[in-house]
Ligand binder design. Structure first.
Ligand code: PEP
Ligand code: MN
Length: 295
């Protein structure tokens, strides 16, 4: 049998032939690189924090000021949003280019790096002027021509896992990016769809096991996004700490000044105070495994 990893769908020949650039060359192989002065893939755990959507300039300025003070390393927030139902999209379509402008202003004012999602190739030049990392959302994970176009910009990329994708599919998508010679690639687990066989499961289920499974086969850093995975504020703290304990190389969190009135997904963001407390606990868990939160 060609199956080196029992119980998983990845074989020795996948590593050699399907995604040789993504595959580890030896058991110690790990990509360590810097983005905007922040190290990824080493012993430090970077934090991306911010709202789901860039709702206004005031909101973004307020968020940057607060999350920076608490220890975040990047501002997250979407101007271009994949929204499940069209009506809010129509409303926010008008502010999406403006959203990128507000991100640029915030970046200049606070000297703080940015990660933001892009959904269409035609907006790459606009977004790349501002962002430090291109976020490819779960819904675009297998949009292969789009992956190639993003990779060709040579900007660092974070590739979110589709909620229905196997690790094998996800690594196949990652190979498209490395194939273009773009090596600053981060993976992000954001929860998978599972049959609702019991009521403790939210819309998605954070696949904690995929963190060590990914690290077994690839050298790429893997970030966890407990906000989108749990879809439920009361579970964000425990799943963030569990992600760090599971070996996550970074954390993405939705943080909002008024979580309950967040324009999108108001059940999942945490408040500034909750974020501030959580960062302290994250550092304790990180230290327990000889890591630390990135400074
Ligand atoms: C997001 O990070 O705002 C987002 C839309 O995530 P995902 O693609 O994982 O749903
Ligand atoms: Mn979101």
């Amino acid at each position: 049998m060609d199956n080196k990893f029992p119980g998983k769908d990845i074989t020795e020949s996948d590593l050699k032939e399907k995604f040789p650039l993504v595959a580890k060359k030896n058991s110690k192989h790990k990509s360590i690189f810097e983005i905007a002065g922040v190290e990824f893939g080493g012993d430090q755990i970077p934090i991306f924090a911010g709202p789901n959507m860039i709702e206004s300039k005031e909101l973004i300025f307020d968020v940057v000021k607060n999350v920076k003070k608490s220890g975040a390393n990047f501002l997250r927030g979407g101007a271009f949003k994949p929204l499940t139902f069209p009506y809010r999209s129509k409303k926010y379509n008008e502010t999406r280019e403006e959203g990128i402008k507000w991100l640029k202003e915030a970046k200049e004012e606070f000297n703080f790096p940015i990660i933001t999602e892009i959904m269409e190739e035609k907006f790459l030049p606009l977004v790349c002027e501002v962002t430090d990392i291109i976020q490819i959302g779960s819904r675009n994970m297998q949009n292969f021509p789009f992956l190639t176009a993003c990779a060709k910009t040579n900007k660092p990329i974070m590739l979110k896992r589709h909620y229905g994708a196997s690790l094998r599919d996800w690594l196949g998508a990652a190979e498209y990016i490395l194939y273009e010679g773009n090596n600053k690639l981060i993976l992000c687990e954001r929860g998978v769809s599972v049959p609702h066989t019991h009521r403790s499961t939210s819309r998605f289920l954070l696949d904690l096991q995929v963190i060590p499974a990914t690290q077994e086969v690839t050298h790429l850093p893997i970030v966890s996004d407990p906000s989108h995975a749990t879809f439920w504020r009361p579970w964000v703290k425990s799943m963030t700490l569990a992600s760090i304990a599971s070996g996550a190389d970074g954390i993405m969190l939705e943080v909002h000044p008024d979580p309950e009135n967040s324009a999108v997904d108001p059940l999942q963001p945490i408040s500034f105070d909750e974020f501030d407390d959580l960062v302290k606990d994250m550092d304790k868990v990180a230290k327990a495994i000889d890591k630390r939160i990135a400074k």
